[in-house]
Design a protein around this ligand. Structure first.
Ligand code: PLP
Length: 241
């Protein structure tokens, strides 16, 4: 089947599931933004997705995404960085992306703030937390609620940076868990958001970026405002070269 038609069909199914999950939890479909995750996907897939009306794309690797971003200029596309970002690549994201979902250290925040100030630009940012506690995951370690007070000083510093517009939180649950188990992690991120909004009531904590192809319905039921869906809309990723 042609690529655009396949993507359109997948998108319809995903949107129906998002709408149903929103209804089940008393939320509005309009409050949930879908990000199509295009890491590993070639430009043809992105163009096909654009032809179905998708305008928000998520990428994990700045170098890989740059040619795609250049190719899609003038098409009203928004780019979301969702992968771990090494500070030495901060410039690429500060110059070319519209959202940063994966801010995970004070060091990176400082680097991005300096770069954005230089460029005279500000960027909407989400703070990434590791609520599953796995060693390998990026994000501030936040699986144990007793550790939350220790995060406050650093988050407070980041909130002071004028060019980083902190908008909320992001997480990626452990890969091995079922959608039902993932729900507990999403719930923990909501609790952490509520905790941070009590610590910093003047800041904005509205956005929650959580849920992928395998668990976005649980994420929406728990309060996701961004879902990041790759394979469920675009099909399998080509093998990495
Ligand atoms: C790859 C990726 C996704 C999308 O995963 P799918 O299983 O393809 O939906 C979402 N979020 C992050 C951070 C990713 O790296």
């Amino acid at each position: 089947m042609d690529l655009a038609r396949q993507i359109r069909e997948n998108l319809l199914v995903v949107n129906e599931k998002i709408a149903a999950a929103a209804t089940r939890s008393g939320r509005n479909f309009e409050d949930i933004q879908l990000i199509a995750v295009t890491k590993g996907q070639p430009i043809e897939v992105i163009q096909a997705a654009i032809s179905t009306g998708i305008r928000n794309f998520g990428e994990n690797y700045p170098e890989e995404s740059l040619p795609k971003i250049m190719e899609c200029r003038e098409q009203g596309v928004k780019w979301h960085m969702i992968g771990h970002l090494q500070s030495r690549k901060a410039r690429l994201v500060c110059e070319h992306f519209d959202w940063m979902h994966s801010l995970d250290s004070l060091r990176l925040a400082e680097k991005m703030e300096r770069q954005l100030a230089q460029n005279g630009r500000s960027l909407p940012v989400l703070l990434q937390f590791n609520v599953g506690g796995e060693e390998s995951k990026s994000g501030w370690l936040a699986n144990d609620e007793n550790s939350w007070p220790a995060l406050v000083a650093e988050i407070g510093q980041i909130l002071q940076f004028p060019h980083l517009q902190i908008k909320g939180l992001m997480t990626m649950p452990p890969l091995t868990v079922s959608p039902q188990e993932a729900r507990a992690y999403f719930h923990k991120l909501v609790n952490l958001r509520d905790y941070l909004s009590r610590q910093f009531p003047e800041a904005v904590w509205q956005e929650l970026s959580m849920g992928t192809s395998s668990d976005f319905e649980s994420a929406v039921e728990e309060g996701a405002t961004f879902v990041r869906i790759g394979t469920g809309i675009l099909g399998p990723r080509p093998a990495r070269m």
